[in-house]
Design a protein around this ligand. Structure first.
Ligand code: NAD
Length: 457
């Protein structure tokens, strides 16, 4: 493939750019992935599977040791594929040593971007990882930040750190932002067939980032700056947060009006244009939709702007576990049992269906609220989450869900609609089922004991 097959032809292409582009196009480049979590490890696997030498760098000795032994720790990934790229083809290696980044032509940074207890952005992992890369930066390297963050991070925070290596960005080293769109648990949209957006600091940076991504991704969408790419990722997640909040608010209204919100959404989605269905639930969780809007709200405050939609959506979504708590306590009050002695069983702790990710899970928040209210017998079952810590106490999932165990509880709550749940059995043996996900929609016959969030009963 000719050098100028990507981007528009430019004069004065620097030597480091030419060399790097050639190594990307002929596949002789080495890729580095800093941060081997839900985003970094799938990316590392894709590159290694496509025949590219890949070095993973992580601060977690546990993860690095596991990979060195050829052991997978991400639910979505194939154990054999990980073992093969580590042990057979040996194209994937893992280390905690940042100096290994000097052997990489392209370095992706995929570290966490959490928030502080006050919900301000915490980009300390990005800063730390960038410093690690900057110490070993050499001519002809391309750095691509993938962590979701507020607009301006790449140019105002990452670039100044890399610039300490005294190399010229756009000619000697290259920098771009390219957000991640992975949706753990999604079998249809994978790394390969989900388009990816890239925004480089200069057009050379963009061209190189396009070329690298094209090695493993079918469609790459360039934008004019890193800030556009940073902002578009936030728009994607805020779009979801706002729409989920809208339907969560309507679910609460429907409960008062005696209308079933699920039926309303199903009817509305028959409109073939201009509508996209979103569903209510016990709240939002995970590392993205809950956190990312706060990144933009914080950045907006710096320019004296208040992001009303974001704040309102967060308020509604974060009120949902409290709403579910009220539903549970109402059902307890109808039974001859005190709050203290009531036995509540939560089904599903993961933040969404069929994943083992507990981060910011609304089910965990519900458990916390129930325990805070003095309910002493809160238990849970989740085939993906063996144990959790709630208010400093470890809770362990039942190994299996049996009729006898269900029957022991006064209220059973479906907090996550894992496919593995036998919903018919759950409804059959429960005194009361509070269904926050409409998981019981296909249960026929006896279902008078089902209390559905947003069904108006
Ligand atoms: N999980 C998702 O579905 C998803 C989707 C899109 C975007 N994102 C974004 O991608 C980024 C990473 O998310 P994730 O889910 O992969 O996080 P994760 O916690 O699963 O993985 C991050 C990894 O980075 C490592 N790490 C932390 N600090 C480091 C450092 N200084 N140097 C090297 N390694 C370091 C951690 O040990 C961990 O292994 C976040 O910004 C997130 O918002 C995540």
């Amino acid at each position: 493939m000719a050098l100028r097959r990507v981007g528009r032809p430019r004069a004065n292409v620097s030597k480091p750019e030419q060399k790097l582009m050639a190594s990307i196009l002929d596949g002789s480049m080495t890729v580095g992935i800093v941060g081997l979590g839900y985003v970094g490890l799938p990316l590392a696997l894709e590159f290694a599977k496509s025949g590219i030498r890949t070095i993973g760098i992580d601060v977690s000795t546990e993860k690095v040791k596991s990979l060195q032994a050829g052991k997978n720790y991400i639910q979505d990934l194939n154990d054999t594929e990980i073992r093969d790229v580590v042990k057979k083809t040996k194209l994937l290696t893992a280390t905690t040593d940042f100096s290994e980044s000097k052997h990489c032509d392209v370095v992706f940074i995929c570290v966490p971007t959490p928030f502080t207890p006050n919900k301000d952005p915490d980009i300390s992992h990005v800063v730390h990882a960038t410093k690690g890369v900057a110490e070993h930066l050499r001519k002809g390297q391309l750095i691509i930040l993938k962590s979701t963050t507020f607009p301006g991070t790449t140019e105002k925070y990452v670039k100044p750190i890399l610039d300490t290596a005294k190399l010229e960005c756009g000619r000697e080293y290259f920098l771009a932002f390219s957000p991640e769109r992975i949706d753990p648990g999604n079998r249809t949209w994978t790394t390969k067939n989900t388009p990816v957006v890239v925004g480089g600091v200069t057009s050379a940076c963009t061209d190189l980032a396009i070329a690298v991504n094209r090695r493993i991704i079918d469609e790459v969408v360039p934008v004019s700056t890193p800030a556009v790419a940073e902002m578009e990722k936030l728009l994607e997640n805020i779009f979801r947060s706002v729409n989920i909040a809208l339907v969560n608010e309507l679910a609460q209204l429907c409960d008062r009006l005696g209308i079933n919100i699920w039926e309303v959404v199903d009817a509305a989605k028959t409109k073939p244009f201009g509508f996209m269905p979103f569903y209510p639930g016990p709240g939002i969780g995970g590392h993205c939709i809950l956190i990312d809007p706060y990144y933009l709200a914080w950045a907006a405050r710096e320019v004296d702007f208040v992001t009303n939609f974001i704040t309102l959506a967060a308020e509604v979504n974060e009120s949902m576990p409290f709403y579910v708590r009220a539903m549970i306590e109402r059902e307890i009050a109808k039974q001859p049992v005190t709050l203290k002695n009531a036995r509540v069983l939560l089904l599903g702790m993961a933040f969404k269906k069929d994943v083992d990710d507990l981060r910011h899970s609304p089910a965990l928040k519900v458990a916390e609220l129930l325990i805070e209210d003095g309910i002493e017998h809160v238990s849970y079952f989740d085939p993906f989450i063996p144990s959790v810590e709630v208010h400093g106490k470890r809770m362990t999932s039942r190994s299996a869900l049996t009729p006898a165990f269900i029957k022991k509880h006064d209220v059973v709550v479906i907090t996550t609609d894992h496919s593995a749940f036998d919903v018919d059995m759950i409804v059959k043996y429960s005194k009361v089922v509070i269904d926050t996900r409409n998981a019981t929609r296909d249960v026929r016959g006896h279902r008078k004991n089902v209390v559905l969030l947003g069904d108006g009963k």
